[in-house]
Write a protein that binds this ligand. Structure first.
Ligand code: BG6
Length: 486
């Protein structure tokens, strides 16, 4: 792998969960891989008054905890030499001046400001950076989700961030696009002739995308209760995956060519408002249950969740894309916390043969399916029918499988590692453009408004199941089932 250009990365929210669990361990791994030059600087910035030593101690224990067997003292020493800390209170001018001193004389290096803070601070921080002339022509800003809570607030943030950074300097991150299998989906679609002729109405019967988690709200209940699954997972991860599945082949690998195609998909989503939103979405909230045999509490009993909360921890939707390619092909999306297991997958189910020659299993089992597994395993499986051994021509389901870890047994990059290297290299392909974000919010907002208008309360589901029964009905009424219910 190529060495990265020397960079200065300022990590706002540098003591937070994301920085400690994902970003700093990702940078440590890239250092171990020899990609990070010794001259690079990684500056944690947060409100706490910490010395560099105190910060390093926190970073070290988190790297140890989150990198399992990969941590070693020698590599830690070289990584630690790059790490520094600066106390920054977003509204405090003196703090920006201190940061400015740390970055002085390094104006020629790639400079990255990573906003891993509450979104209401993004604009304030960007304005502070601009006021103190910290934004150089080689600067980039990285915005973590959620970017706002609706179209209006998202536009306001983008507007203000846009006064400090130009659009090509803004990297709106969606860590799902950093996942290896998501990029493999692009390779599968646009690097092979095999699937593309089948990738359309008339050949594809329906598509399912499931992002299931077994964890609950963990320590983020305050944030989560204000957000809910629709804004936490659908507005970004699920819609982005939908775009990758549904978009037309871009003419080039240029970032804007791909983002233009994704935008067209977002614009072609059939609006879900009023009664359409009610009929085509299901909200759920988990009650006490058990995950892998261990009892877990219900959402309303989680710390920091108000006892009367009506926030959804699960959502399922039926989505249609009004385009030449996809008219009439339903896309079913679902995501939830405290489901039976962690599983993220995309299932493309193809049409049945027009005329069955041989004895076959019942119809739903006989359909060809392409299963793209994102987590926990990464791989692709094609379900076909094959002759079962022995006399006669009896067909049985069989699988053609590609397990990425097994087949390409080199070191794999975590989503954030991949995206961080893209940011450092200035590659915008896997980041959302502002118009994409606007289009996603414009589609999501009416769903929430309909839920509010009809006082749609979330349906209860037991932790450790696959969500409320209504989520099964949503797809069964069209004659299909979720793959886990086959
Ligand atoms: C985040 C959400 O964006 O994605 C979390 O805010 C969720 O609520 C997480 O747990 C899931 O990511 P992954 O990569 O573990 O599937």
């Amino acid at each position: 792998m190529q060495t990265l250009p020397t960079f200065d990365l300022v990590l706002f929210g540098g003591t937070g969960d994301l920085a400690m669990r994902k970003l700093l361990p990702a940078l440590y791994r890239r250092t171990c891989a020899g990609q990070v030059c010794a001259d690079t600087r990684i500056i944690g910035a947060a409100r706490s008054d910490l010395s560099r030593e105190q910060y390093l101690a926190q970073v070290k224990s988190n790297c140890e905890a989150h990198l399992d067997g990969e941590f070693n003292e020698r590599m830690w020493e070289s990584f630690a030499r790059c790490v520094d800390y600066c106390k920054v209170d977003a509204g405090e001018d003196l703090d920006y001046a201190a940061l400015s001193r740390l970055l002085e004389g390094r104006e020629d290096h790639v400079r990255i400001f990573f906003m891993s803070t509450a979104p209401n601070l993004f604009a304030l921080i960007c304005e502070g950076l601009a006021r103190h002339s910290l934004v150089t022509s080689a600067s980039r800003v990285v915005l973590e989700k959620p970017l706002g809570e609706d179209l209006v607030s998202s536009r306001q943030i983008n507007e203000r961030v846009g006064t400090a950074f130009r659009e090509p300097q803004i990297f709106r991150i969606d860590h799902y696009l950093g996942k290896e299998t998501v990029q493999n989906l692009l390779a599968l679609r646009f690097g092979n002739m095999l699937f593309e002729p089948l990738w359309r109405r008339g050949r594809v019967r329906h598509v399912q995308i499931t992002l299931a988690e077994d964890v609950g709200v963990e320590r983020r209940a305050q944030f989560y209760d204000q957000t809910g699954a629709l804004r936490d997972m659908v507005q970004n991860h699920l819609l982005q995956l939908l775009c990758i599945i549904a978009m037309e082949p871009p003419a080039t690998a240029n970032p804007d060519a791909m983002r233009d195609e994704k935008l067209k998909v977002l614009h072609a989503l059939r609006p879900l408002a009023g009664n359409d939103a009610r009929n085509n979405t299901v909200r759920g909230q988990y009650k006490a249950g058990a995950i892998a045999g261990q009892p877990v509490i219900g959402y309303l009993d989680e710390k920091d969740v108000p006892p009367n909360s009506v926030t959804e921890t699960f959502v399922a939707l039926k989505v249609e894309i009004d385009s030449w390619r996809w008219a009439g092909v339903p896309f079913y999306l679902r995501t939830g916390k405290r489901l039976q297991e962690k599983q993220s997958e995309i299932v493309v189910t193809f049409e049945d043969v027009p005329h069955a020659l041989y004895e076959r299993p019942e119809q739903l089992h006989s359909l060809n399916r392409l299963v793209i597994q994102l987590q926990p395993e990464e791989g692709i499986t094609l379900n076909v029918l094959a002759k079962s051994p022995g006399e006669g021509m009896r067909l049985r389901p069989a699988e053609l499988s590609l397990d990425f870890a097994e087949y390409f047994n080199g070191q794999r990059l975590d989503g954030y590692e991949r995206l961080l290297t893209d940011i450092i290299n200035g590659n915008l392909t896997l980041f959302m453009r502002r118009d994409e974000l606007d289009a996603a919010w414009a589609w999501i907002d009416p769903i929430r408004e309909a839920w509010q208008q009809y006082e749609e309360r979330p349906k209860a589901y037991i932790a450790g199941t696959w969500g409320p029964a209504a989520a099964s009905s949503l797809i069964v009424r069209d004659g299909f089932v979720w793959r886990n219910e086959l």
